[in-house]
Design a protein around this ligand. Sequence first.
Ligand SMILES: [Zn+2]
Length: 432
Amino acid sequence: MRPFAPQLSIQGLLLAVVASGALAGEFESRSHQCPHLPAARLEWASHYRACPLPGTVTLADESSQGFAWAFPLKCITPAATENNTAPRADCLFTSTSFRNGHGISLIASAITTSHLIGMGSFDDAPLPLAAQQRLSLGPAYKIVPVEGKGMGVIAARSIKRGEIIMTDHPAILIGTSFLANSKPHHRRRVLKQAIRQLPEATRKKVESLQRGKEEYEVDAILGPNANTVLLGEEGGGQVHVGLFAETARINHACRPNAHSKFSERRLTMEVMAHRAIEAGEEITMSYIPITTPIEERHKYLKEHWGFDCTCPLCRSSKDAIEESESWRRRQTSLKSTIEDARKQGFYEDAITMSEEWLQFAEWDMIPPLAPEFQDSLVDLYLQNGDMVNATRYARMAYDGWAKFGSVDDEKLEDARLMVNKIDKINEEKRQR
Ligand SMILES: [Zn+2]
């Protein structure tokens, strides 16, 4: 698998960026960089003040400088209201070359799309070294029929705790404003077109997903298989619905052995192992936040996915279930207490409670992402003026992120900057 092979269309865009003088280095953060030339060709583009819009970019056959979407854009503009004179149009953008021909159909506002292009989300930069090494290990999973559940994902070989099992890209990404504001028949027509425009292999994967009971085909495909992910302008906090055709095959368990993490910068879902997994074992994830109490879990699973949970935990003894519920309650309360202590400046208390937090890893209640935990301790030790421990955890976090080997090396880069910052503080102290 070579998911990040170079793509000419993206490079064409980057050339246009360079030509306009908007080099990445001139901006503090790549995410705030305006991605391309303001050549306002669409009426509504002039309503926006911020970055130039991807809707203004020419199609491949019209110009060699534009971002080459594979099909003419299809846009839906909701009716203007009194408070909203410049309604937010949502368009269907399809790239068939994305990730070495995996392809993607994005239904989002022009601003969100512009933001993603500017951040390099469609860009096929080489993978970080650890991610490349992981690929050489061969596939960690296979998709096979699982008794009583249709299809499922099982481990093709033994998998280590914390290892990334699967990397998957969205076939379709949909902004929730489009889902909320479009008329049902418009919505279905655009969604159908979004699927139809995908490259054949990806389209077939999408069409073969297990269907829900919804009346219309697109709703039945999306209903039980879609995920929500956060991305977009203003700090990446906007809910989008994503269809990840491989991740969607992973079945639910209330005490799962895997957990997923989405990277906006790489438009990639990474699934990692909570604990060591044997070859042949089913890979499971929780479809709802892990701390949700059992009654709510069962109700939600039934309402949203239409099944009664028969996972190993739900089939186990009353005592085992009660033990798991008490872990969930403790985690919920500890999380808010740590946050309160941090806000009020009780750093020592926050540190002690954070150490306690580690216990949850034993019960597979938190992803075994030690570097994430160490990052937060670095911050607490720094605030508390304990440079010895801040230095120790900063180095551990850096080593941890390097070893984790995500396709997105943003955390690794943050950890490296933190180590440098702490080294500088230590050096200044020595000189005093
Ligand atoms: Zn269950």
